[in-house]
Each structure stands twice: as structure tokens, then as C-alpha cells.
Design a protein around this ligand. Structure first.
Ligand SMILES: Cc1ncc(COP(=O)(O)O)c(C=O)c1O
Length: 403
């Protein structure tokens, strides 16, 4: 069905120091004999990156195989970011000046936290939340204040604005982290939802670190709305973080970028980043970005179809599982089903379920560190045949067979 690019080859990355392939994130869990491993946890993809990425890196290597000290290329890097943002998000950044290299998206988020708050200060996060935010805020010795997303009658996660404002006021919040699209729920926020979030933050002088690393993974019928695009105020109070790393499977190359329109905020953030001396670009990752953003559009669009197909398969199957509640994500390549009723009905704990998944080779992730009480997080970025195999195994050994 998806012909032009190869999203079917499945490569066992054992022995290559892959976090996803070398580790099992569930304590005391083991893959039983006779089952192959299908890692479906940490957010990288079991696909080779886009051909345009490899071509761009190779061009740079062959043009000059000297890898000394280099700055960002005078042409190519900023142009690529600006054209990608225009093409994918309809955003005309206007000037290269607003774009800054960041070593990683979490590095950029941490930099905003460190620039605008002191140790001990509270940071507002939505719950469920991405485990990386928890780590970033804890590492910075700030405290986490959670505002819960609420599921409506259709199970769609919604922001609770009243609770959010209350938490901001009670805790004197100065910085909020906003994840859009949202990991782990897969929500792609509507313009009105984002505008209301921004408005409340603006009213209380809260700066927003908007993590939009998943913006290229819209896998439903929605559109990614960049947080900064919702109003003139948003442009002034939001530091937006983007990267080609999630989209093109380049996390190991290291490299991201921020867009900050507010001159004072950008100056402060840059000054603070400079204090660490840890924010210089990796040469090849710069060329990876150029290749990704100038020639990778069609590849991403095909990839999104593959992820969509995987999600459809898993969603339709999980809907038939008694006691499991699941939403079809609108974005990201993660699924986050709730096993609460399943556990109650079967007299099992979430740990039992996680271990059972791993025992049949499906290496998934505990949802609790993401604040999903009895949830499991599944990474769907793998060839469709393997995604099907994983869910077929679960259907047989977790659901249908007694254990
Ligand atoms: C929302 C979100 N932000 C950031 C990251 C990590 O980005 P980086 O490796 O650039 O810090 C991830 C990875 O899964 C993520 O899901």
C-alpha cells in the first residue's frame, strides 16, 4: 500500500546500544522463550530515517571530511526551518533571528525554566504528563504543580481551565509547560483551546514553554496549531520548541531549535543557555535537519499513513477488550489505554498485566510515571506487520487465554 519509501523492513537493533532494544522498562519482567522481542516503549521509531536526511549528511561528509569547529551554516539551516514551518504549519517566522539552536527539546524547556524561576519554584504541568517533563523539572530542583486533563463524555481529554487558573494563582506560577500535540494522550489541541490556555497564562504573567516536538505527527483529521500563532499575546509569552528528532528518528543525532519572538525573552534565554556552555550544534545533526526539512515532507506524509494504519488496527482491537478503555490518538505515535476495569474484573494488578505483555515479547511502558493510574503506553512507530503481530499476541495471550 505504501510504496515509495520502506516502512516495512524491521531491523533488530540488539547490540547497537539502542535504549529501546537493550532494556526492558518493567522491573522483573522477562520475554518468555519462543517469543521474539517487539519493543514498543521509548519514543523512537523502528524505521530508517528519510533518504533525504542520509543524502544531506553524506554530502557534508564527502564535501569536506574535516569535522573541526563550525558554526551554523550561513545558508541552509535557517532557510530549512523557515520553509518547513511555512509548509507544515502555515507559519511565516519572518526572521532567522527568532530561531535559536537548542541541544534538545527538553534542554530548551529546561533553559526556560532555569531562566525564569529559582530552585524550589513551582512549574505548571498538565497531567497525564510526559515522563521527560517530570525528570526535567525535578532535575532543575523546581516543584511540579499538576493540573489534570479531564476526559469528556467521549473520552476526549480536555483542559480544566478553572483548575489551571486556581493552581496558577495559589502557587504563584511563573512558568508553564504546554505539550502540543500532547504526549501521552495524543490530543491535538484546537485553536480555541490553546487560545484560552494562553489567555489565562497571560492574565497571570506566566511564561509558556511550548513543546511542539510532535507537531509533524498529526494522525487524525486535525491540524497542528502552533501555540504562538493563536494571538499576538501568544507570540510574546511563548517560547516554542521544535525538532526534527521525533519526526525523522534522529534523537540520537541530538539537535532541536526554539522559536522566540519576544526580544527580551530570547535575549535572556540565550544568555542563560550560554552559561552552560553545553548548547553548541553537532555538525552532522545540522545537515540532518537540512535534509529532513528540505526533502523529507513526502516521506513524513507516508509515515503518518503507516502510523495511522497501526493505530487503527490497535484501536479496533482494544475496543473489543473487555475492561480496556482507549482513545484513538489525534497525534503522536503513542497510545495510552486504560486497564483499570480490566484489572478489577480479572483480579490482576497493572504490574501483572505489564509482565504478561513483556512475557509474550510486547515490551510496553508503565503508564503510571505519566500519571495514568492504570494505563499502558504503546509506541506504534514500527512496521504495520509487527504492530499487528504485537496486538494479535496480546489479544491471544493477555485477553483470550486464561493466565
Ligand atoms: C513531548 C516530548 N518532548 C521532548 C521529548 C524529547 O526530546 P529531546 O530528546 O529533544 O529532549 C520527547 C520524547 O519523547 C517528548 O515526547
Amino acid at each position: 500500500m505504501f510504496k515509495k519509501y520502506d516502512f516495512e523492513t524491521y531491523t533488530d537493533r540488539t547490540g547497537l546500544d539502542s535504549a529501546k532494544w537493550e532494556n526492558i522498562p518493567i522491573p522483573d519482567a522477562q520475554v518468555s522463550e519462543g517469543f521474539s522481542k517487539i519493543p514498543m516503549w521509548v519514543a523512537d521509531m523502528d524505521f530508517a530515517t528519510a533518504p533525504s536526511v542520509i543524502a544531506s549528511m553524506l554530502r557534508r561528509i564527502t564535501a569536506s571530511p574535516a569535522f573541526g569547529y563550525y558554526g551554523l551554516p550561513a545558508t541552509g539551516y535557517f532557510d530549512a526551518i523557515r520553509s518547513w514551518q511555512l509548509e507544515r504549519n502555515g507559519v511565516d517566522i519572518g526572521s532567522d533571528e527568532y530561531i535559536s539552536y537548542e541541544n534538545s527539546v527538553l534542554g530548551g524547556v529546561a533553559n526556560i525554566i532555569n531562566t525564569y524561576t529559582e530552585p524550589g519554584d513551582p512549574i505548571l504541568l498538565q497531567s497525564p504528563t510526559y515522563i521527560g517533563f517530570t525528570g526535567t523539572v525535578n532535575n532543575a530542583k523546581r516543584t511540579i504543580v499538576l493540573t489534570d486533563l479531564k476526559q469528556d463524555e467521549n473520552g476526549t481529554y480536555r483542559m480544566d481551565y478553572e483548575d489551571m487558573e486556581k493552581k496558577i494563582v495559589e502557587n504563584n506560577i511563573k512558568v508553564a509547560i504546554f505539550c502540543s500535540p500532547h504526549n501521552p494522550t495524543g490530543r491535538v489541541w484546537e485553536k480555541e483551546e490553546i487560545a484560552k490556555y494562553v489567555e489565562i497564562c497571560a492574565k497571570h504573567n506566566v511564561i509558556i514553554a511550548a513543546d511542539e516536538i510532535w507537531s509533524d505527527f498529526i494522525v487524525g483529521d486535525k491540524k497542528h496549531i502552533p501555540t504562538q500563532s493563536v494571538s499576538e499575546t501568544a507570540k510574546q509569552i511563548v517560547a516554542a520548541m521544535y525538532a526534527p528528532s521525533k519526526t525523522f528518528n534522529l534523537a540520537g543525532m541530538v539537535g532541536a531549535y526554539s522559536i522566540i519572538y519576544n526580544d527580551e525573552m530570547r535575549k535572556k534565554a540565550k544568555e542563560h543557555a550560554a552559561t552552560t556552555h553545553y548548547n553548541s550544534p553537532n555538525l552532522l545533526s545540522v545537515y540532518a535537519l537540512i535534509g529532513a526539512y528540505t526533502g523529507g515532507g513526502e516521506w513524513v506524509d507516508e509515515l503518518r499513513k503507516v502510523i495511522s494504519a497501526n493505530m487503527d488496527y490497535a484501536y479496533e482491537m482494544m475496543k473489543t477488550w473487555d475492561g480496556v478503555t482507549v482513545q484513538r490518538p489525534q497525534g503522536t505515535y503513542m497510545m495510552f489505554p486504560d486497564f483499570t476495569e480490566f484489572c478489577k474484573k480479572r483480579g490482576k494488578t497493572l504490574d501483572d498485566v505489564l509482565k504478561r505483555c513483556v512475557s509474550v515479547g510486547v515490551i510496553c511502558q508503565d503508564g503510571r510515571p505519566f500519571h495514568g493510574e492504570c494505563h499502558i503506553r504503546f509506541n506504534m512507530a514500527l512496521p504495520t506487520a509487527k504492530a499487528k503481530e504485537a496486538f494479535d499476541r496480546l489479544d491471544r495471550y493477555l485477553i483470550k487465554e486464561e493466565w
